[in-house]
Design a protein around this ligand. Sequence first.
Ligand SMILES: CC(C)(COP(=O)(O)OP(=O)(O)OC[C@H]1O[C@@H](n2cnc3c(N)ncnc32)[C@H](O)[C@@H]1OP(=O)(O)O)[C@@H](O)C(=O)NCCC(=O)NCCS
Length: 135
Amino acid sequence: MATVEVLPFEDAHARDVARLATTVQWPSLTDPEVVARVCAAPGSVSYVARDEDAGLVGWAQALTDGVLQAHLSFLAVHPGHRRRGIGRLLTVATFQATGAKRVDLVTDGAADGFYGTFPHRRLAGYRLYPGDPEA
Ligand SMILES: CC(C)(COP(=O)(O)OP(=O)(O)OC[C@H]1O[C@@H](n2cnc3c(N)ncnc32)[C@H](O)[C@@H]1OP(=O)(O)O)[C@@H](O)C(=O)NCCC(=O)NCCS
């Protein structure tokens, strides 16, 4: 199978990340401009995975205080390239670049089999939408 490299996100990747978001059905990230803004935000750390044949096959983005705490906001691997170790590579590269000692995340449970492979503690999580009764 082709080689995969993990490298820091650049604006030139935004279109492919938006395409990946479309594939994994993340409607809030299907606009390349939104992807670029998310990745350029203060404290944002982001990496992509590139397959030498298939191009961009994975993306991760975290927010960090650079000292203690990071939050893994997004992690996706293209369905045709899962179970190749790409999710792990992206998670480790992104976490190391945050400079934080730990990373929190929320998940609907679909990725439990993946996150459970890392040293971890399970805590209850919430996603708040203050002021939005429709959420
Ligand atoms: C979760 C996700 C990022 C994992 O990416 P991946 O590249 O397939 O993961 P890896 O190949 O690095 O997996 C590492 C290990 O995690 C475990 N694992 C990964 N996916 C798993 C699954 N679906 N079920 C059970 N265990 C799983 C395995 O132990 C795996 O090692 P192995 O393949 O040698 O057995 C990917 O499935 C994905 O993009 N899912 C959709 C989006 C999503 O749910 N993102 C996370 C929430 S924000």
